[in-house]
Structures are given as C-alpha cells and as structure tokens.
Design a protein around this ligand. Structure first.
Ligand code: MG
Length: 308
C-alpha cells in the first residue's frame, strides 16, 4: 500500500521522491540535496551559492518571542548553510507573512534583527515580499559565492578521515542559543581554504547530520559518546548524550579531515579561532551507516513532517 500523507512519508522520503523530478540545466554544479545549491555561470572564477529557508511561529520560535531575535534567527539559519559550504553570502530576499493584527513596531524590530546580522556579514537585503497569514512566518532566500570547484559538500568524506565538530551540542532550545547563535562563516571559509571537502551544519541534530554525511559520502561514520561536546544545557538533562545527538538547531559545523592532516588542522584552527571549541569525535570507515560506541545509531533526527 502506498503512503498517502506527508506524515507517513516523512521529510526525507518526500525529498527522495521529488528530487529526481526537479528541472535542471547544464550549469548546475550541485542541485537539491546538500546544504546549499551551487550553480556555475560560465567563465567566472567563482560559482554562485543559493539557499532558502523558512522560520514559523510555533515551530522555529514561540509565539510572543522577541521579534528582533526572530528576524536575526531567520537570516542566521541561512547563513549557517553558507558556512557549511565555505561560501560567502552576499544578497538576501526576505518574504514576511503576518496577521493583520501584527504591530508595526514588531515588524520593524524583526527587520532590525535581520539588518543587524546582515551588516555584520556584509549581506545586502535586496527585496522580497510581504503578505498576510494566520501566524508570523519569514522565508529568507540568499545568494553568494564560492571559488570554483571548492565548495565543501556532504559527499566529500573518505574512509580514513577524522570527524570533527565545532562548538557544543544539545540544549539549544533550553539555553536560547537557537535564537542567538552566530553562524560559523569565518570558520567555514577557513576550513574550505584549508582543503576540507566534507562539511554540514548541525540543524536537525548531530545524529541526523551524521547520517546525511554517511549517505552522501557512501561511507561509515563511527563516533564515541565520551568525545561528544555536550553543552551545559545538555549536561543538565537526563541523557546528555541523547541531547547532544538529537536536540537540533546547534548550528555548529560537522566536518571530516584526512586523519594524517587532522592534528595540524586542529592546532591551526584553535590558534585562528580561540573562542570556538573543536572536538574530534570519531572517524570515517568503509561501508555505510552511523555507529555510536560500536552500535548502530538510528537515523531518527528531527523530521519536519513527523508529529513528535
Ligand atoms: Mg544545513
């Protein structure tokens, strides 16, 4: 019997069904299925990087949340995907939907939050759309660039690589970090220049992102629970390892490096980014799947169509 609803199919099931049917062109370098799309206008020394992402009241922020933080988060989520490609974001379009009763001052505060982060990263907000809806919703589309052929992707991991993650994992909702995080754009570009080929940002939870890397790279990812950098908010919970692996919206960078280069990369990264913790959490091997302390780790991260 076929699955009839999105809830039954799940987000990844839906994407797997739709992806092969999407229209394409010869200048698409990397289509749907990575953190950003990469497209290559002929003759340029760089490729264009494209990404869009929504935030919705009740899903990505609570009703009544400070509108400045909501606006900031909407752009920050997209910039985090640019970070994971090692790309430079340049232009953004913002679609804004809100009820008729939404205060003008709140709309201005919301755009103030977008503006603050856009200026910080030299991103121009060049338009978009405003419309009416039942609940507050922001859709941000951004475009930028990466030197030709150098974007970090989900498929770049190879057996023998070491697995790293920046920052700390878990408890992002409890700590409020999901609203106030800084996208790791400088770190992402540093890693790309350093020759890192495989990277993803942690939006749906580290376990889920490890599966995305394992699937795209057709490799086996093995991580050790005692090496996971659980945040203070995660450590305050009943199961800190589960929190670190499943909570989501950490917006850290998860990447791999050939093990022979790992020690030098780790040393130089820490010298360049003394405020950004870096943890070596495991390794890439032959095969497939994700393993935690030697046992298979189920792929049950955040699903946008599931009810839990
Ligand atoms: Mg992402």
């Amino acid at each position: 019997m076929g699955v009839r609803t999105l809830g039954g199919l799940g987000e990844r099931g839906l994407i797997a069904r739709l992806r092969p049917r999407l229209a394409s062109r010869g200048d698409v370098v990397l289509g749907a299925g990575d953190d950003c799309a990469v497209v290559g206008p002929p003759g340029a020394g760089e490729e264009l990087v494209l990404k869009s992402d929504p935030v919705r009241e009740g899903r990505h922020f609570a009703a009544g949340e400070d509108p400045r933080r909501v606006g900031r988060k909407a752009l920050a989520r997209v910039l985090s995907d640019f970070a994971s490609m090692g790309a430079e974001p340049r232009w953004a379009l913002v679609d804004f939907s809100a009820p008729q009763s939404f205060p003008v001052a709140a709309a201005e505060a919301l755009y103030g939050g977008i503006d603050e982060l856009a200026r910080r990263w030299n991103v121009a907000v060049v338009g978009g759309d405003t419309s009416m809806s039942d609940a507050l919703e922001l859709h941000v589309f951004a475009a930028g660039a990466v030197p030709r052929g150098s974007a970090m992707t989900r498929s770049g991991a190879r057996p023998g690589d070491a697995v790293f993650v920046t920052g700390e994992l878990g408890g992002s909702y409890e700590s409020g970090r999901h609203l106030d995080f800084d996208p790791k754009l400088d770190e992402g570009r540093w890693l790309r220049r350093r020759g890192v080929r495989c990277c993803i940002d942690v939006s749906d939870g580290a376990a889920s992102e490890l599966h995305r890397l394992a699937d795209a790279s057709r490799a086996r990812f093995s991580v050790r629970s005692e090496l996971l950098p659980a945040s203070a908010a995660a450590r305050a919970k009943a199961d800190p390892v589960r929190s670190a692996l499943r909570d989501g919206e950490d917006f850290e960078l998860l990447f791999t490096v050939p093990s022979g280069l790992a020690a030098a990369m780790e040393r130089d990264f820490s010298a360049s980014f003394p405020g950004t913790p870096l943890s070596r959490i495991g390794e890439v091997g032959e095969g497939g799947g994700v393993f935690l302390d030697g046992a298979p780790l189920p792929d049950s991260g955040f699903d946008h169509f599931s009810s839990d």
